[in-house]
Design a protein around this ligand. Structure first.
Ligand code: PGA
Length: 340
């Protein structure tokens, strides 16, 4: 999983738009989502369409889901949502949503059949506070195709904000692309912002792959990017790994490694630790290692840790650079980039 941590919703939308951009061209098939999460991204797509005259006329889109029983004209149908926020502005060649009215079994079969005639190049996803993707609620089979699902109380509670002023109940069921249908996409971009997504995000990224958290299946997809903001990421641990001398030698043999030789008695080292933890969450192609050193440690002697400096960057086992003391996060980021 490629993890990108950003400050807030606006930054998440901008980063998501940059990831979408290479796909906004002829012959691409986009998998789209509804809800509050992708709204900022859609606004940026609309602005880009207007300002840059981007042509969507050879782009096809598929949406993940639709409420059961809502007429497409209903204000809160996902059909209306997509028209209101995207389709009325840009000229997609074709836009497909599953239909939540009429013969539902047949709608599921037809939608899956249509999906099978295409390959989604990039699938946008939000995540439910209960870990759902699309409307695949906890317990949904990882093998599921487009199907009808009963919404959990948690999801209905989360979505009640859209129905309140209509004085209506959230529908009890939805039709949704299945988990297997979603996993067929070549690339997946999941956006998660806000505190109420923190638990789901942690389960998805750090939990076991388990149908109790439908989104955890994304750990198995080979091209998935998760863009999340500080609030959604607040429960994530860092990717820093504590290693002993032997593990250090093994881990640093290949690739880029940032090694923290912090001594526990050193004040600036202690303050550097949370910054490195945070960075380890943001930079996925660098191994972040921590070696707990004492005076007798041979690595401490080799790297001069008992004097200074304390943080080393190694590439394929060779030292590329080092720094000492408390450094701002951006400085460390630039340090890594300049030694790639
Ligand atoms: P939200 O919903 O974007 O409205 O938070 C996300 C989801 O349920 O997938």
């Amino acid at each position: 999983m490629n993890l990108i941590k950003v400050k807030d919703y606006n930054e998440a939308s901008k980063v998501a738009f940059d990831i979408m951009l290479p796909h906004l061209k002829a012959n691409q098939v986009l998998g789209l989502a509804t809800g509050s999460t992708p709204l900022g991204l859609y606004q940026l797509m609309v602005e880009d369409f207007k300002e840059n005259n981007r042509d969507y006329s050879e782009i096809i889109s598929f949406n993940l889901d639709e409420y059961v029983g809502l007429d497409p004209k209903h204000r809160e149908s996902y059909y209306s949502f997509m028209n209101r926020n995207l389709f009325q502005y840009v000229n997609f060649k074709e836009s497909h949503l599953p239909s939540g009215i009429g013969d539902l079994d047949n709608n599921c079969l037809e939608y899956e059949k249509l999906l099978n005639q295409h390959t989604i190049d990039i699938q946008i996803l939000g995540i439910g506070s209960d870990g759902h993707i699309g409307f695949n609620e906890p317990g949904t089979s990882f093998d599921s195709l487009t199907h009808v699902i009963e919404l959990t109380q948690q999801t209905r509670g989360d979505n009640s904000r859209f129905f309140k002023d209509l004085n209506e109940e959230v529908p009890t069921h939805a039709i949704t692309m299945g988990i297997a249908s979603i996993m067929k996409a070549k690339e997946i971009l999941l956006i998660a912002t806000g505190e109420n997504k923190a638990e789901a995000l942690k389960m998805m990224i750090e939990g076991e792959i388990n149908e109790a958290c439908p989104a955890s299946i994304l750990q198995k997809h080979d091209n998935v990017t998760i863009v999340y903001d500080e609030k959604a990421g607040k429960l994530l641990g860092g990717n820093m790994k504590e290693v002993n001398t032997n593990e250090f030698l093994e881990e640093t043999k290949e690739g880029l490694c940032l090694v923290d030789f912090s001594a526990t008695w050193c004040g600036p080292c202690k303050m550097m630790a949370p910054i490195l933890e945070e960075l380890s969450n943001e930079i996925s192609d660098v191994k972040f290692l921590k070696v707990d050193v004492d005076e007798n440690n041979e690595l401490a002697a080799k790297y001069g840790v008992m004097s200074i400096p304390c943080v080393y960057l190694l590439k394929d086992g060779e030292v590329k650079g080092s720094f000492v003391g408390l450094q701002p996060k951006e400085t460390v980021k630039n340090f890594i980039e300049s030694h790639r």
